[in-house]
Design a protein around this ligand. Structure first.
Ligand code: FES
Length: 109
């Protein structure tokens, strides 16, 4: 069995996915959409516990095989999901629209 070329780690814990903290987001629909994106692109989705960057909720980490994981924060609207889908499908460098959501991993400035 081969591992997927792309893995999406979707944080869902105390802040990410929390309707009390972010009531303007349909978190279940967002996770469903990320699973659809993964299914359409051959990626895998892992739902994780807190990734220790709660100020940036919702957080999604994209790990493309052979690349360092890329961390994205403030993943709350449909637009960023559209951009993630396109980037995962097309590959290449992180587009400017997604750079706006890029955050450092915990412990890095
Ligand atoms: S709950 Fe997502 S970073 Fe803490």
């Amino acid at each position: 069995m081969t591992s997927p070329a792309v893995r999406l780690t979707v944080c869902r814990d105390c802040c990410c996915g929390n309707a009390r903290k972010h009531p303007d987001v349909d978190h279940d629909a967002q996770l469903a959409r990320l699973r659809e994106i993964a299914a359409a692109t051959g990626a895998a989705v892992t739902v994780s516990e807190c990734l220790d960057v709660c100020d940036h909720a919702n957080v999604v980490v994209v790990h493309r095989k052979g690349d360092k994981p890329v961390w994205f924060g403030f993943v709350r609207g449909d637009g960023v999901l559209d951009d993630l889908h396109k980037w995962i499908k097309d590959g290449g460098p992180v587009p400017d629209t997604l750079e706006l959501h890029r955050i450092p991993p915990p412990g890095r400035p």
